[in-house]
Design a protein around this ligand. Sequence first.
Ligand SMILES: *Cc1c(COP(=O)(O)O)cnc(C)c1O
Length: 406
Amino acid sequence: MSVQHDAVQRADFDQFMVPNYAPAAFVPVRGLGSRVWDQSGRELIDFAGGIAVNVLGHCHPALVAALTEQANTLWHISNVFTNEPTLRLGKKLVEATFAERVFFCNSGAEANEAAFKLARRVAHDRFGPEKHEIIAATNSFHGRTLFTVSVGGQPKYSDGFGPKIQGITHVPYNDLEALKAAISDKTCAVVLEPIQGEGGVLPADKAYLEGARELCNAHNALLVFDEVQSGMGRSGELFAYMHYGVVPDILSSAKSLGGGFPIAAMLTTTDLAKHFTPGTHGTTYGGNPLACAVGEAVLDIVNTRQTLDGVKAKSERFKTRLQALGEQYGLFEQVRGMGLLLGCVLNEAWKGKAKQVLDAASAEGLMVLQAGPDVVRFAPSLVVEERDIDEGLARFERALSKLANA
Ligand SMILES: *Cc1c(COP(=O)(O)O)cnc(C)c1O
């Protein structure tokens, strides 16, 4: 049965929606794999992936099947009861990672909120209220709730909302000396993205994460990795911490975890998890059967050698071509990132103009992202086909060529 919908247009956004977003001029209506179609029937290649979310592209048959099957079985039951999909996904995440315990919620911000609250609760229980300080990195992004913007290292997101959460210090990323100078016995947690995503697609140095781990151990502080963007296969390993060989105490996952269905998770150890006793924390939808059924299907496909090795091969294909385009058109001189989270760093002449590059790409039928004003970001599906990579990059080249010759 098909439902009759009212016709709506992009202009309706300005009339009915809170203006906290500024969406593109066209409205996507349908997607398949790495292609998307808008209301006018125009086809676009999707290298944005819904901001590093559509990890298996659009309408992947395994995800559609998992969702449809669960939709016909059980949608929601609340945490007054547990449910089979949540138990299956929880068990698989434990088996696949350092973690021994999982807490499910609905967004990256919520997973981080849980992580930060757990870190404070653990320190409070073990050492008393003095030990509550959190150290995070300049330019980091951890979500948009008041706690997570306060921990995030971008004042433009936290200023102007009244008093912030107290006890948070920011240090420059990849600067071990600065972290060493800031950490103390009052520190309850050090929070880092192994690859800064929103901050400009900047991977951590291995020595930095290793040093952070040692400093945390020396000060009884927890190491929290925000892998909301870097996790679930994007780096070419299931989680980026596996690349570095540095194991956190708490890890947050979201975005790709649901492949487009809202779900997030906080992973930790038994010893830490026990501080969240019944009633200390929760959320109505956390571990929802629909979300967990999709998450399980995502994990089953992403956590295979075939997918993860595919990410590495596709990454090389992107990097080689992007580097050549950088040299040819002179807009950017550096391509950085890991796996299928890549950033073209605009050079002096194009600094601040990432949005202009996005608009030019979109005019050629290509969706890409920015990561701040100076970086053009690519976060495509991990199973994007080679011909889509080639066609998308051909469109990107046309955009660069027009910009360079304008
Ligand atoms: C996107 C993101 C978040 C926030 O996730 P939401 O689902 O938007 O709340 C947190 N941390 C990182 C690293 C992110 O990239």
